[in-house]
Design a protein around this ligand. Structure first.
Ligand code: GN1
Ligand code: MG
Length: 383
């Protein structure tokens, strides 16, 4: 075990002595390790990426607020199925350990209890015959998560990454990266750039309506499939994890990003683009699961934009991977030099497929939301 990791772990209140530390390379932002101790207890250690999260204390405050709220609600409901992240304090009672490295820079670490007997997937391709059931349960789990946070006061939450889903701002960032052309990579992608420019107006509609005809709510903002833990026996969604980007936002960000990520046929870096498409059956199953939990709490405008949200969140991530590629890979962790280009091309292919399927998705949403059960308790449009 690296000396640094050992010293960091020493500062936390762990049960037993650390016997192993294994790196988990799934996330694109923070460094994550699974820690096992002599008592058989497991923990998750994470180094917070401070290039991405400029104020780690605010990230931890948000997580503390939200998980305390979720835990209390689950308790009140007598719910023994669902869980939320449990922060392990340092020996001096803090939610993070600050480590000053050799260069005098501060590094921030935190530890969570490990949620065991669960699986997480990068794509539903890993789910064998249970794809539709897991798609439904994933949508349901995010819907339940939103429902638990319905009564949480959004003003208590800090914006851990300002403008995170501000699509026009993401677009401006792309234009600046092209202008700076730090790596000389922009010219390789000119055809795609022209296409993306032609779509910015249509893809800004959620951002423009947010806080007006679309309400601000507590949102997760990073609803990737692997941020839901699925019970390995029942296949129910047990916990929504990776709460770093909990902020006020639109539920459309979460639904759109969830379906973009979960219902694509491949993971985000598949390079055989003929394999990249949105699986409509899975998207419908996901929506059924989500709307079963949250449908009655959504405003008509939110329902009306659900289909577009899938497209817009895919558009946005296409912009983000491309921008990072042109900037020289400074935001997302990469495993090889052209990794961000491959991710960008993958999302670009997915975007085009989603655009073809949008009519059918919207038709499904309209027919689902006009059914009586769903419509019964709906809130009026707060236009
Ligand atoms: C990042 O950390 P991870 O892998 O859950 C990113 C998301 C992107 C995602 C794409 C804070 O999420 O916004 O959608 O990569 N998180 C942040 O894979 O930027
Ligand atoms: Mg994340």
């Amino acid at each position: 075990m690296r000396e640094k990791i050992k010293r960091v772990l020493d500062s936390f209140e762990l049960e037993g002595d650390v016997v192993s530390v294994l790196e988990n390379d799934q996330g694109n932002i923070n460094a994550t390790y699974v820690v096992m101790t002599s008592t058989g207890k497991k923990y998750l250690l994470q180094k917070i990426n401070t290039y991405v999260f400029k104020e780690p204390h605010l990230v931890m405050k948000n997580i503390e607020f939200v998980t305390t709220h979720i835990r209390a609600r689950l308790d009140r409901m007598g719910d023994q199925t669902h869980q939320t992240l449990n922060i392990i304090s340092t020996k001096n009672g803090s939610s993070m350990c600050t480590y000053v490295n050799q260069d005098g820079e501060k590094e921030y670490y935190r530890v969570f209890s490990y949620i065991d007997h669960c699986i997480s997937f990068n794509t539903f391709d890993d789910c064998g015959d249970n794809k539709e059931q897991i798609a439904y349960n994933t949508g349901k789990c995010f819907g339940f998560f939103h429902r638990l946070l319905e009564d949480f006061p959004i003003t208590m939450l800090a914006y851990t990454i300002p403008d995170f889903h501000n699509t026009p701002k993401r677009f401006e960032n792309l234009l600046s990266s092209i202008e700076n052309n730090a790596t000389n990579r922009a010219f390789q992608c000119s055809q795609e750039i022209v296409y993306l420019i032609s779509k910015i107006k249509e893809c800004s509609v959620i951002h423009e309506a947010l806080g007006k005809s679309i309400p601000l709510r507590v949102t997760h903002n990073d609803t990737k499939l692997n941020n839901v833990l699925i019970d390995q026996n029942s296949l129910e969604g047990i916990a929504v994890i990776d709460l770093d980007t909990i902020m006020p936002g639109s539920i459309l960000y979460d639904v759109g990003d969830g379906i973009r990520s979960a219902c694509a046929s491949t993971f985000e870096d598949e390079t055989d683009l003929s394999k990249v498409f949105l699986n409509l059956d899975l998207a419908k199953a996901y929506l059924r699961g989500y709307l079963g939990e949250m449908g009655h709490l959504l405003t008509p405008n939110e329902v009306a934009y659900l289909g577009q949200s899938i497209r817009i969140l895919t558009y946005e991530l296409t912009l983000r991977f491309l921008t990072d590629y042109i900037n020289g890979d400074i935001y997302f962790k990469t495993k090889y030099p052209e990794h961000n280009r491959d991710r960008f091309l993958n999302q670009f292919a997915l975007l085009q497929d989603i655009e073809q399927k949008l009519d059918e998705i919207e038709k499904f949403i309209r027919s689902f939301s006009s059914n009586e059960d769903f419509a019964r308790n709906r809130k009026p449009n707060n236009n």
